[in-house]
Ligand binder design. Sequence first.
Ligand SMILES: C[S@@+](CC[C@H](N)C(=O)[O-])C[C@H]1O[C@@H](n2cnc3c(N)ncnc32)[C@H](O)[C@@H]1O
Length: 220
Amino acid sequence: MPDIDIGAHDRAAAFAEGFLLEDPVLRAARARAEEVGILPVSPGAGAVLRFLAASVGARAVVEIGTGTGVSGTWLLRGMRTDGVLTTIDVEAEHLRLARRTYADAGMPPNRGRLITGRALDVLPRLTDGAYDLVFCDADRRENPEYLIQALRLLRPGGVVAFTGALTGGLAADPAARSPEIMATRELATAVRDDSRLTPMLLNSGDGLLVAVLATSSPVG
Ligand SMILES: C[S@@+](CC[C@H](N)C(=O)[O-])C[C@H]1O[C@@H](n2cnc3c(N)ncnc32)[C@H](O)[C@@H]1O
């Protein structure tokens, strides 16, 4: 691994995270997340999600782990203006708070399809190849299974994204072996080794692992 000046790296990461400021709608959603004890995506990770949604011209996005709607609002703002976000959360109260966030952000109700349930129960009911982007931010131990579902749901050229790919640096520590860390490593290997995917690991938030699904079989 090349030598890295950690101090300079941390300053650069902090600058990148603060480059795009969140508006009052997102700040209020973030405050509600703190009240219910969940951690939304960072502003930098949110900006990446908005960018990805815009770059694929997303009309249909699946989000696993709605929370209070911070990431969903970033995604909706990058999607086409007629795009629909299908978002899944096991907690009805979180979905209620997210619905309020989307309304505060001026999103018409028909832009959000909010589904209460466990991700692995709901995902099999969604249509194959019908989505431009799948974003995973729920139970990190289930991420390898979310990947299998995401690859079924994405259209060719679609994008999958996972939070928590760095887990505070623990993913790189061989001594760290919790179920969450083990699943994070399993996911990273699965994404990196899948010849249908073009992957990238971004140092945004707690690490965003993103990959594009090939439009056809890779050459060479
Ligand atoms: C970190 S929060 C999501 C934050 C949200 N993505 C944001 O940035 O605003 C994780 C969410 O996943 C939900 N969750 C946890 N396990 C789940 C599961 N197995 N299926 C569906 N939702 C789950 C939790 O209720 C919680 O709202």
